[in-house]
Design a protein around this ligand. Structure first.
Ligand SMILES: [Zn+2]
Length: 454
């Protein structure tokens, strides 16, 4: 199995190289970051006339970093188009995988299924982990229709130069192009620049093959924010480095002379952690519970009641709820993957179920963290900047929920969105057409994706 998978990657890389050299007029795709190709056919005639969205995520780029650190290119992008000077509201929990998948599906985490970066599923009797390549590439973990699948299903080609979920077949489709995530090479300068080279090479493909929706993901400044804290000089340096990367991308996109709307967002913010670990089994008997991080999965209702009662008044550093009673505006009370009871921190406290097993080193919480309730912790807010031919100029936005990006991007691309938790009216004022009638949906391309070559 392992060998077969590697072999199919190698074939895909070769196919990519040959298809680009045969069809692209411009520079060939960067060898520093090969993309996997899925043959979804050419763009439909309607898709060929559509505009382009390049969606960039800067992981952990807190809402106030751009102004605080003088990220002049991002601020200029916001001035040219629109931005949210007081930030964009992430969904709860303010973690990377849940929010990236919310941005591309318009669904709250409990509706798209990624309720945390790692969690347990009782029906599957299996665990999802964002570093587990078998899980992240298995489409059965994900619900909703991510924008790339939506577009592919409506005859429009897409590319994901990294994005959580993009390596799986979801809602019957894969992006036409996607990159395989590799944590080891992810943050090297070469691979960071290669994302821009790849995007530009894809945008130089002929009309029939050129993707209209492209995602690009950067893991900075999240990494520095965790390791050194949000206020550290290292984090500021990463903010300015990413600002420079956006400037390079913007210049490269402008040079294509295509009608591209550039959207730069982040998934969440970052806060300086306070105090030592809050370890739940110091307050309560977790016998009978499986735990993933701070998520708690009981086997019997009796165990859940007992644990809830033991934790209820245990500490001022967290509130514990029976899952069904988690406040409605957290949108975190319906999915069994959330566990029961549900523990919500009241401040920037690092919570875990257990201490490390005997013999494993126990380290203090890292200086920066996120995942907290964005309703009462402003440091959790994310960033939003966007400019392009479909977007008005010089408008600022009050904080809005990130579920609203999905119907908004679908509208720009002329796609009929799938069922989602967002509302186009929230961001309609940022659009030159005021969010008017979306382009009529192209008769859906019913082509079934071809099975992966053995
Ligand atoms: Zn993080």
């Amino acid at each position: 199995m392992r060998f077969k998978r590697l072999e199919s990657v190698a074939i895909a890389v070769l196919l990519l190289a040959s298809s680009l050299s045969a069809r692209a007029q411009g520079p060939s795709l960067s060898a520093a970051l090969p993309l996997v190709h899925t043959d979804n056919g050419p763009n439909s005639p309607a898709a060929q006339k559509a505009h382009y969205v390049v969606l960039v995520s800067l992981d952990g780029f807190r809402w106030d970093y751009a102004k605080r650190d003088g990220a002049t290119h991002l601020l200029a992008l916001g001035k040219q188009g629109v931005w949210a000077p007081q930030g964009m509201l992430p969904s709860f929990p303010s973690l990377t995988f849940p929010n990236h998948f919310t941005i591309v599906t318009g669904l709250y985490p409990e509706h798209h299924g990624l309720v945390a970066n790692s969690f347990f599923d009782e029906t599957k009797q299996a665990r999802y982990g964002n570093a587990d390549s078998a899980a992240v590439t298995d489409g059965s973990w994900y619900s909703g229709v991510p924008l790339w699948s939506l577009a592919e299903g409506q005859g429009m080609r897409t590319a994901c130069i990294f994005w959580p979920g993009s390596e799986a077949e979801i809602a019957g489709h894969r992006p036409t192009w996607y990159a395989r995530f590799d944590n080891k090479t992810q943050a090297t300068d070469e691979v960071q620049r290669a994302r821009i080279d790849d995007a530009v090479a894809l945008l130089k493909l002929p009309d029939a093959d050129r993707p209209h929706f492209i995602t690009i993901y950067y893991s900075e400044p999240d990494h520095e924010g965790h390791q050194f804290g949000p206020d550290a000089p290292e984090t500021k340096a990463a903010v300015l480095k990413m600002d420079g990367m956006v400037a390079k991308l913007k210049t490269a996109l402008d040079a294509t002379h295509l009608p591209i709307d550039l959207v730069v967002v982040s998934d969440h913010g970052m806060v300086k952690t306070e105090g030592p670990w809050v370890t739940l089994d110091k307050f309560a008997d977790l016998t009978g519970f499986d735990a993933v991080g701070q998520l708690l999965y009981g086997k019997t209702e009796g165990d859940r009641v007992r644990l809830y009662n033991q934790l209820k008044k245990a500490s001022s550093q967290f509130i514990v709820y029976r899952r069904k009673n988690v406040p409605a505006d957290l949108h975190y009370n319906q999915n069994p993957r959330e566990g029961d009871p549900v523990v919500v921190a009241t401040g920037p406290f690092a919570i875990r179920a257990h201490e490390p097993a005997a013999g494993q080193p126990d380290t203090a919480p890292i200086p920066g963290a996120h995942g907290f309730d964005p309703r009462n912790m402003r440091q959790m807010k994310a960033s939003f900047f966007a400019a392009g031919p479909d977007i008005v100029s010089g408008k600022t936005l009050a904080p809005f929920e990130n579920v609203n990006l999905y119907p908004w991007m679908a509208h720009i691309l002329g796609l009929t969105p799938a069922k989602n938790d967002g509302n186009l009216n929230i961001l309609a004022g940022t659009l030159r057409d005021n969010g008017g009638e979306p382009a009529p949906a192209e008769s859906a391309d019913q082509k079934t994706p071809e099975p992966t070559k053995p």
